[in-house]
Design a protein around this ligand. Structure first.
Ligand code: GTP
Ligand code: MG
Length: 329
């Protein structure tokens, strides 16, 4: 699961500045012995600096989902947008830095406790500041990557784990977004050019007493090497769709041949998916196939489609079909 609120990611400069600011708050203590006084205050400063930095780094580390927290759908989508290995490495770097800071602080405090002179105490303290700053500075690349990953994570749609999910798939420009706008109260962008939809639109559809989640996904071509936009569609089709409505445009107004469009539907079936083939743009072209025919322009066939979708899901569910086992982590 991706947490609803992801922490903001500071840069290394902010973490260092915050840590140095916090040590200014360390109170001076009254002690007749100068060495004891410097020791006490210096140790306290190192402890404060360690705590502030670890808190700032920990907030990011703890707030970002780890690989195992993500299910396959979330993982696929996130890793289309950002490099998966880099994501793991960046989080590991934060965790490593947290450990290093504690190690430096512990050693520095140990040294200060044994230090025979004020100069020695100051040396231990300065050396901690230096090592601390360089470890935090080295995090800059990871922090900046995680800032990018945060934006990508925010784009992963929240889909239900309880409701049945219907994915509207098909070639670009066939009318998928037009259909979701008929089935739900969503109003996504609809346009007469391919790849209008680049992200997943999620809507709710009520049929009788049941509520389904309907996903309008980007267009998908029937080919092996999919681009990043098509991969978004595949992430939903492969991992979470209980029913895939594969939409065809027999008028070929979409700009793609029917033959290729049909092959796509067949290849989705080949993946073992529960596929329902629907022909759209009935107002432009009426074929003599056995597929269900609709028109998102006139609304013809939409009510029938709803009934068929519901019957399909009920039947599959009654049979205990594997399409209802959501692919987990
Ligand atoms: N005549 C007619 N045009 C339709 C019908 N359904 C959709 N369109 C038109 O087809 C074009 C594409 O519609 P969209 O709903 O944006 O298609 P899409 O499949 O979501 O397209 P991408 O997001 O680019 O993959 C638009 O110009 C729609 O107005 C229909 O039933 N009849
Ligand atoms: Mg669309």
């Amino acid at each position: 699961m991706i947490p609803e609120k992801l922490p903001t990611v500071p840069d290394s400069k902010e973490i260092i500045e915050r840590s140095f600011k916090d040590i200014k708050k360390v109170q001076n203590v009254y002690m007749p012995n100068f060495i004891s006084k410097l020791k006490t205050v210096s140790i306290q400063k190192v402890k404060v600096m360690e705590a502030t930095a670890k808190k700032a780094i920990g907030r990011v580390y703890d707030g970002f989902p780890k690989f195992d927290d993500l299910d396959r759908f979330e993982r696929d989508l996130l890793f289309i947008m950002v490099n998966g290995r880099e994501y793991e490495r960046s989080l590991n770097n934060l965790n490593w830095a947290r450990g290093k800071i504690t190690e430096f602080a512990t050693n520095s405090i140990k040294g200060m406790k044994r230090a025979p002179s004020m100069a020695a105490i100051s040396r231990f303290r300065s050396s901690f500041y230096g090592r601390f700053s360089s470890v935090v500075e080295d995090l800059d690349e990871s922090l900046s990557f995680l800032r990018e990953a945060r934006e990508a994570l925010k784009k992963v749609p929240q889909v239900s784990r309880e409701m049945k999910i219907i994915v509207i798939a098909g070639f670009p420009n066939v009318g998928k977004s037009s259909l979701i706008s008929k089935l739900t109260n969503l109003a996504p962008e609809i346009a007469d050019y391919p790849f209008t939809t680049k992200e997943i639109n999620v809507g709710m559809m009520r049929i009788g007493t049941s509520i389904y989640e309907v996903l309008d996904v980007p267009g998908l071509l029937n080919r092996k090497n999919h681009n990043a936009i098509e991969k978004v569609a595949l992430a939903a089709i492969e991992n979470i769709g209980n029913l895939i409505v594969c939409m065809l445009d027999p008028s070929e107004e979409c700009g793609y041949r029917m033959e290729d469009q049909k092959e796509l539907c067949e290849s989705l079936k080949g993946l073992g998916k529960n596929v329902l083939i629907v022909e759209n743009k009935l107002d432009l072209e009426l074929t003599d196939s056995n597929n269900l025919k609709i028109s998102c322009s006139t609304g013809e066939g939409i009510e029938e489609l709803k009934k068929i979708m519901e019957a399909n899901i009920r039947e599959r569910e009654d049979k205990g079909d594997s399409v209802f086992k959501r692919t987990g982590a």
